[in-house]
Design a protein around this ligand. Structure first.
Ligand code: GRF
Length: 203
């Protein structure tokens, strides 16, 4: 099973997936890592793991469609069957989403549908919630709104600043994403009326 990972930055979630593949936990291979930023540290992580990398810089394209066509061409040429967004900071248009619908997933650092969008850790603190966490979901055309595959919860502490909460959530992301990818790769996720059912039932 061939996985493609799109990144824009540090790639700590990518690293968790690399480790999950290397340990055999995820029965698949990461065929390609693409970053829209040439200086993304995640590219170094991929190269050190012997994974093919590409930089597709959105700024060198006239508009979103040519950029996304290039992403699609690179991913399809690599025979990618599941696309994982991992800290990828570009909004994808229906063109890309439709091409990979049902095999395009993302990790978001909040308990969706709460706190979709950006600056989610600060917004959770400002809202006074007692718990936050992370969500792995299928990507649909509406941003941060597709069927939920898995979630993990962390406490929000009174002393938390955004970076403290972000760090606590990130630790859970590195556990949750490999597990969610494993479920998908093993064919254990099924979407029925926008709800993802896991076989065997395991919450
Ligand atoms: C993390 O906050 C993660 O929640 C979001 O992107 C940020 C960077 O992740 N998906 P990474 O370290 O680049 O994987």
């Amino acid at each position: 099973f061939r996985i493609g990972v799109l990144i824009s930055g540090s790639g700590s979630n990518l690293q968790a997936l690399i480790d999950g593949v290397k340990s055999g936990f995820i029965p698949a291979e990461i065929a390609l890592v693409i970053s829209n930023k040439a200086d993304a540290y995640g590219l170094t992580r991929a190269r050190e793991a012997g994974i093919e990398t590409r930089v597709v810089d959105h700024k060198t394209f006239e508009g979103r469609s040519p950029f996304e066509h290039e992403l699609i061409r690179a991913l399809d040429d690599a025979g990618v069957e599941l696309v994982c967004l991992a800290g990828f900071m570009r909004v994808l248009t229906p063109l890309f989403v439709r091409h990979y619908l049902g095999r395009l997933i993302n990790i978001h650092p909040s308990l969706l549908p709460a706190f979709a969008g950006l600056h989610v850790q600060q917004r959770a603190i400002d809202a006074g919630v007692r718990f936050s966490g992370c969500t792995v979901h299928f990507v649909e055309e509406e941003v941060d709104a597709g069927p939920i595959i898995a979630q993990a919860v962390v406490p929000v502490l009174p002393s938390d600043r955004a970076e403290d909460l972000a760090k606590r959530i990130l630790t859970q992301e590195h556990r949750l994403y490999p597990w969610a990818v494993k479920l998908f790769v093993e064919g254990r996720t099924q979407v029925k009326e926008r709800v993802v059912h896991i076989q065997p039932a395991q919450w």
